[in-house]
Design a protein around this ligand. Structure first.
Ligand code: CA
Length: 221
């Protein structure tokens, strides 16, 4: 199983990332300070490191620098504040590293992680389909019966969440956290609004309302 080390001192964000990664089939370990993160990252037990920049003890940049100085090639996806992007980009190493700005949506982080792991997971599916509906995860485009349908990036992520869990009832809370991220108000009706958009674009019968529980993808048709 692919193992991911999460170096993040903010418990809420660490839990959010861990929950999402486990649901996506990864094994996870959390480190809450830079020194622990560096020690664990050098054990060879992990396939990728999700690295927060603002860590106590040793900050993310120092962790990354020491890893690279010791010739560890572990891919790293950095979590950084929007106003620190310039510094972050300067600290990235060639193709090994990537970054996501906070606040981020889980789908966004997962896409970066998959990209960094690509070599090891060449067999990873890149097209998801349900009946006549197809989503191409590399080009982020959708098609119904071979005809392409324009989706916004939010709509695409929501459709992707459904296609990754065919036949399963997904609650509003699950969809909010996987598509909108941890900063979203749980009382928001944005999920219902976007399901309506998807119904309009991809077919009214495709997303079934399960009363009191959430929504489910209907795979036929
Ligand atoms: Ca932090």
């Amino acid at each position: 199983m692919t193992s991911i080390l999460i170096a993040e001192d903010e418990a809420r964000i660490a839990a959010f990332v861990e929950k999402g990664l486990r649901a996506s089939g990864y094994a996870t370990t959390i480190a809450t300070d830079g020194r622990t993160a560096l020690d664990l990252a050098t054990t060879g037990l992990f396939d990728l490191l999700v690295l927060d920049i603002g860590l106590p003890g040793l900050d993310g940049f120092s962790v990354l620098r020491r890893l690279r100085a010791d010739k560890h090639t572990l891919p790293v996806v950095i979590l950084t504040a929007r106003d620190a992007v310039d510094d972050t980009v300067a600290g990235l190493e060639g193709g090994a590293d990537d970054y996501v700005t906070k606040p981020f949506r889980f789908a966004e982080l997962l896409a970066r992680i998959r990209l960094r792991l690509r070599d090891d997971r060449a067999s990873e599916v890149t097209v998801l389909s349900a009946g006549e509906l197809q989503l191409d995860l590399l080009t982020r485009t959708a098609a119904v019966a071979g005809r392409s349908v324009a989706l916004s990036s939010r709509e695409f992520s929501l459709a992707e969440a459904f296609l990754r869990h065919p036949g399963q009832v997904l609650s509003r809370e699950q969809l909010l956290s996987s598509v909108w991220g941890y900063d979203f108000d749980p009382g928001s009706n944005v999920v219902d609004v976007y399901v309506r958009y998807l119904r309009r674009k991809l077919g009214v019968g495709r997303f079934e309302t399960v009363r009191g529980m959430g929504y489910r993808l209907v795979s036929a048709g």
